[in-house]
Ligand binder design. Structure first.
Ligand SMILES: [Cu+2]
Length: 213
């Protein structure tokens, strides 16, 4: 009798433990599926707001490895090329490290640096960054003179995600023209990316640079 009772208690304990464990395991999956259901159906907009952008923003720490988040200032261009979302924007000047496999070089902003140029290439359907492309950026002043012309580094950032960028020094405030040349990603592709981004693509956009604004 006592033996039976003990084994029953053990069995119950085991069931409770197993139940807890499986509940824990299931929780993220359940929450995730609820998330996707909510966002797909779009029935509860308040829920969507909570689970959407605000959640992402709340998850970002103020500092990562001692580095504070950069401050975005201005969108210079945004366009779509065969399902690739192209966005160029300025950020506060940034220090970054160019690592070539054996040596590393720090690139620091100077007093002439106007902003950190970031070009983001993302899949329009999934939002995933598109790597292995290359980006050349050229900036012309209002008289048509080239004041900046450089290849953008493929860059990694915890805050901004993978992007293409560089620090840019403009001669001063004024009206400028940004010209980007996006070259096709050099990579093997799954079939959903067949027949797209096969030739270099040019993006041209005018912008005004005013450091005070
Ligand atoms: Cu960057």
């Amino acid at each position: 009798m006592t033996r039976r009772l003990r084994s029953l208690v053990l069995l119950l304990a085991a069931m409770v433990l197993a139940g807890c464990a499986s509940a824990d395991k299931n929780q993220p999956a359940t929450a995730a599926s609820a998330n996707s259901k909510a966002s797909k159906s779009g029935t509860t907009s308040a829920m969507n707001m909570n689970m959407g952008s605000s959640t992402v923003a709340a998850e970002l720490p103020a500092k990562i490895n001692g580095v504070p988040a950069p401050v975005p200032s201005k969108v210079l261009a945004t366009t779509n090329w065969q399902g690739m979302k192209i966005e160029a924007r300025t950020m506060t000047p940034a220090t970054f490290i160019v690592y070539n496999g054996t040596t590393e070089r720090y690139v620091r902003p100077t007093k002439h640096t106007s902003f950190h140029l970031m070009v983001m290439l993302n899949d329009e359907h999934t939002g995933e960054p598109i790597p292995y492309a290359s980006v050349w950026a050229q900036i012309l002043d209002s008289s048509g003179k080239v004041v900046y012309s450089e290849q953008q580094w493929p860059m990694l950032s915890a805050y901004m995600g993978p992007h293409y960028g560089n620090n840019v020094a403009l001669p001063g405030p004024g009206r400028y023209k940004l010209e980007l040349v996006i070259s096709p990603p050099v990579a093997a592709r799954h079939l959903e990316y067949a027949h797209v981004w096969l030739k270099p693509h040019k993006v041209t956009e005018n912008f005004t640079w005013n450091p005070e604004s």
